[in-house]
Every structure is written in C-alpha cells, then in structure tokens.
Design a protein around this ligand. Structure first.
Ligand code: HPA
Length: 234
C-alpha cells in the first residue's frame, strides 16, 4: 500500500493502462479484462487488475493534469515496479489534418512545466515515447483501420487556456494535439528506465471548434484500449 494506492504489492501488474477518468478505468477493465479485480479505490481513483489474453494488466485512473498523474505514476513505478505505462486519454486537435475521433500517438510531449521541471532548471528536456511501444501501437492502429497520426503533442497545465499565443506557436510548429499528462509520464519513464506511451483520441478541436458528442466517446475510447493492449504485448 502507498499513500494513494491501496493495493497490496503483487496486486499491480507490470503493464498499466492509465486513463485520466477513474470511471473509464472501470469501464475498460470490465469490458476488456478477464476477472477484473478492484485493487484501488483511494480517493475514488479506481484501479483494476485482470488479464488480457493471459497477460496480467492493471488499469489505473491517473486523474487530470500532470501533478495528479505524477503521483500515481511515481507510486506505480517505485512501489509496485510497473514496467510499461500507457496513457489512454483524449486531446484537443491542433492541426487541420487531424480530425475528431482520430488517434494520435504522441512521439514527443512539449511542455511549459511538469512536476519534474525543477530538476532540469535551464534545460529544455525533451520527453519522448518508447519507440517499441510506439511502433507496435502504430501497427495495431493501422490494422484496425483507425485514422492515426504520429508526432509531437503539447502537455498543457491548463484546460481553460489564457495563452492563445502559445497555442499558435504549437500549431505553427506542427504539434498535433493538446492534453495535460503525457510530458510528465514520459519524463518519469525516462528517469526510471520504464516504457511509456500516450495514445490519444481527438475529442475536440481547437481550430474547427468541433467536439465529440459524449455518446460517441465510449467507442473511440474502446479503440484506444485495444491498441494499448496490443502494443503492450506485441
Ligand atoms: N486542452 C487540454 N486538454 C484537453 C483538451 C484541450 O482542448 N481536450 C482534451 N484534453
């Protein structure tokens, strides 16, 4: 047990999928895992462990934003020895070629700041995905016929943004989408020698103003879970 995860050692698998929303963790575990067992409910941040095609998998909510994700990822890595951590979440599209419902595989995650910012000081550390996971996820997404983009994303600290100039620079520099967690996940994975990837569905679009209706979010979310599981055990 840790401060934020009530599971016993051994109840968390080496492979962890991390949706931001704890209810999504429950839905994914009940939909895709065999014999899902609730292993965490501290602060309602649900975590489940079960098996997928015989492989043990934990699906643990991360909460929204890098400070929250950082707590769960640190404890999963340092106390439960998680080896592969895959964020499955939503993002806002930032390029015309990126459509609602498309999947983005985040090769890199630019950021103003993460909870790790303090240790880098003047250095602009470049958080990046694990290449093996990225390549496997790309293959799995293509096989499903999912429209997929691979490239840089922006991990913001704010959903209600007051820096339109910064978004403009991100768009100008080819950033595919904006979310709020991946940069810290990638930084922690780099620090501790773990594999990490963020698989994101475009749920809204900063340029076109479109947004995915809530009843359609579930299906897109299911595609991401399948891509994540196939990539983790490729
Ligand atoms: N901004 C930040 N995070 C997000 C967004 C967004 O527009 N959409 C989904 N996650």
């Amino acid at each position: 047990m840790t401060i934020h995860i009530g599971a016993e050692k051994g109840q968390i698998a080496e492979t962890v999928l991390m949706p931001g929303d704890p209810y999504r963790a429950r839905w994914a575990a009940e939909t895709y895992l065999d014999k899902p067992e609730l292993v965490n409910e501290v602060r309602g941040m649900l975590g489940y462990t079960g098996t997928w095609k015989g492989h043990r998998v934990t699906i643990q909510g991360s909460g929204m934003g890098m400070p929250s994700l950082s707590i769960y990822a640190n404890e999963l890595i340092n106390d439960f020895d998680a080896k592969t951590l895959i964020r499955i979440g939503s993002c806002g599209g930032m390029q015309d070629k990126v459509g609602i419902r498309d999947v983005i595989l985040a090769m890199t995650a630019s950021t103003v700041s993460t909870p790790s910012r303090g240790i880098f000081r003047e250095l602009g550390f470049a958080p990046c995905a694990d290449y093996g996971l990225l390549a496997a996820a790309h293959k799995a997404a293509e096989a499903k016929g999912t429209t997929t983009h691979v490239g840089g994303i922006y991990s913001s600290d704010t959903f209600y943004d007051e820096r339109p100039d910064l978004n403009e620079q991100m768009v100008r520099h080819g950033i595919l989408g904006v979310e709020m967690e991946a940069a810290e996940l990638y930084t922690l994975a780099a620090r501790y020698g773990r594999r990490a990837l963020a698989i994101l569905t475009v749920s809204d679009h900063l340029i076109t103003g479109e947004a995915l209706p809530s009843d359609q979010r579930e299906r897109s979310f299911g595609d991401m879970v399948e891509i994540a599981l196939e990539a983790a055990f490729a």
